[in-house]
Design a protein around this ligand. Structure first.
Ligand SMILES: [Zn+2]
Ligand SMILES: [Zn+2]
Length: 150
């Protein structure tokens, strides 16, 4: 990866995404929301600390827990992030010349049968994702609630 590979842009060029450092590990999400959003699985880099700028950046709250960013001018999908938490993920496809590889596939049990990846990657089911995320989300919600009561 060269320094050029750290900067990604949407189709129209109005939104710019700058990674804090070179990264290679792509996560593929097969969940129903991502399939609906992308007409295919979403491929993303987990990249907290990424700077995202552009006047046409719009944010859509896609669930009670998360929101998704896109360019309202050209429609390019930019990011996904939980509403409370630092786990920002940005679209891998924004980085056209980066040397990327598929490290994991999540919500593998939601993957429809008409496609599959040949990459030999870690596979996570919705149950294993829920086991990881639910305690984290509840802790954050509880933390925020306690903060408000103080
Ligand atoms: Zn755009
Ligand atoms: Zn998803």
């Amino acid at each position: 990866m060269t320094s050029d590979d750290l900067t990604g842009r949407c189709l129209c060029g109005a939104v710019t995404v700058e990674l804090p450092s070179a990264m290679r590990d792509v996560g593929v999400c097969h969940c129903a929301t991502c399939l609906n959003w992308n007409s295919g699985p979403w491929m993303a880099l987990q990249a907290p600390g990424t700077s995202i700028s552009g006047d046409t950046l719009a944010v859509y709250r896609s669930s009670a827990f998360a929101e998704r960013g896109f360019c309202r001018q050209c429609g390019t999908h930019i990011f996904h992030r939980p509403q409370d938490g630092p786990e920002l993920a940005v679209s891998a496809g924004l980085f056209l010349h980066a040397d990327l590889h598929i490290a994991r596939e999540i919500f593998i049990d939601h993957k429809p049968p008409y496609y599959r990846f040949v990459a030999d990657s870690e596979k996570r089911s919705s149950l294993s994702m829920a086991r990881e995320w639910l305690p984290r989300l509840l802790r954050r919600r509880a933390g925020r609630w306690m903060g408000m009561r103080r």
